[in-house]
Design a protein around this ligand. Structure first.
Ligand SMILES: Nc1ncnc2c1ncn2[C@@H]1O[C@H](COP(=O)(O)OP(=O)(O)OP(=O)(O)O)[C@@H](O)[C@H]1O
Length: 335
């Protein structure tokens, strides 16, 4: 049994079933992500664990004990939300000390712990500031410190970075990961951003329509999506029907749907001499720079696919629109 276990969890809001028999085990000390599109039930699952929602049926276990009907404050769970939830009228120090005071610790112990925690989250010099005097990223670090200073069994993070701009968001992702490792806390992170899930997690649980679509380590999820939805949500896969595949490559497909990543498609002027690859003709329709790669839209016998080519290699393709494409058979995922 995992440190956290969701067992046959169903949650209805009126006549709408939002969680459809979720079974999930989470190991101690891991950071796992609940990833999925808006409305798939991620926050509801998290809120059921925290006790902020009751489950319609099923059981929740934490550290060997069933907590399905335990009061929220007795579950020993810390939370950080998207909105900055600090008390505006208290300094950062006092915000972080709050949970420790409830635990009736001595003033000396509280001061030491607060100081330690503020150092860990990189706010050692901001203890006397009020939340309004901090940036968004600093406020979220303070919220994180407040949530983990009491050493809860689990830390829940519900889209804590979604209100933060892209650049700072990247550095905070690394910070949260470092703090989680340093404190060895078990954490569940909710996001709809696949890149965020990739860089942060030990395990990703992909949710779709109230169900777990796939659970895998990030690299595995990226390289081997198990369903059409997983392939469409992770890594911008090309998803082609068997008829389209046959039209495009002239080869009969081995499954109903074939998926391959844009970076698996190689483009060349000359016909490549490759065995164990599908080789076929196409016409470049457009190209859009996307960071370090150029994403080409290519028409192949009426089927449109995407191919990513490293920016420095794109010169090759500037002067012609007809090209050869090759995809290694092992890079094609049969769905
Ligand atoms: N208290 C509620 N009453 C009625 N419906 C609700 C309630 N809370 C959530 N829902 C519905 O349950 C579904 C799942 O919501 P949830 O917030 O869990 O999704 P999510 O995956 O976290 O999405 P997002 O990323 O947009 O927050 C949505 O259709 C939502 O409208």
């Amino acid at each position: 049994m995992g440190y956290i276990r969701f067992e046959n969890i169903v949650k209805n809001f009126g006549s709408t079933q939002v969680l459809k028999n979720i079974n999930l085990d989470i190991e101690k000390g891991q950071l796992v992500t609940l990833l999925g599109p808006s409305g798939c039930g991620k926050s509801t699952l998290l809120r059921c664990l925290a006790g902020l929602e009751t489950v319609t049926s099923g059981k929740i276990w934490l550290d060997g004990k069933e907590i399905t009907n335990v009061e929220p404050r007795k579950r020993d769970i810390g939370m950080v939300f998207q909105q900055y939830s600090l008390f505006p009228n208290l300094t950062v120090e006092k915000n972080v000390a709050f949970g420790l005071q409830l635990k009736k610790m001595s003033k000396n112990q509280i001061d030491t712990k607060v100081k330690e925690m503020l150092e860990i989250v990189g706010l050692g010099d901001k203890g006397k500031n009020y939340p309004s005097q901090l940036s968004g990223g600093q406020q979220q670090r303070a919220a994180l410190a407040r949530a983990i200073v009491t050493e809860p069994k689990v830390l829940l993070l519900d889209e804590p970075l979604s209100a933060i701009d892209a650049l700072l968001r990247k550095s905070l992702q690394m910070e949260i990961r470092r703090i989680q490792r340093e404190t060895d806390i078990t954490a569940i992170f909710v996001t709809h951003d696949q890149n965020e899930a990739m860089v942060m997690s030990d395990m990703i649980h992909l949710l779709y329509d109230g169900k777990i679509e796939q659970s895998a380590e990030p690299a595995q999820m990226y390289a081997r999506p198990a369903t059409k939805f997983a392939a469409s949500f992770i890594g911008s896969y090309n998803i082609i029907s068997s008829e389209e595949f046959q039209k495009m490559t002239g080869t009969k497909a081995e499954s109903e749907t074939i998926a391959f990543r844009p970076e698996s498609v190689k483009l060349s002027e000359e016909r490549p001499d490759e065995t164990d690859s599908y080789v076929f003709r196409g016409k470049i329709v457009d190209g859009i720079p996307q960071g370090n790669v150029y994403r080409y839209g290519i028409g192949c016998e009426g089927v449109r696919i995407h191919a990513d080519v490293l920016f420095q290699e794109t010169g090759l393709l500037r002067d012609f629109t007809e090209c050869w494409l090759s995809i290694r058979k092992e890079d094609c995922i049969l769905l």
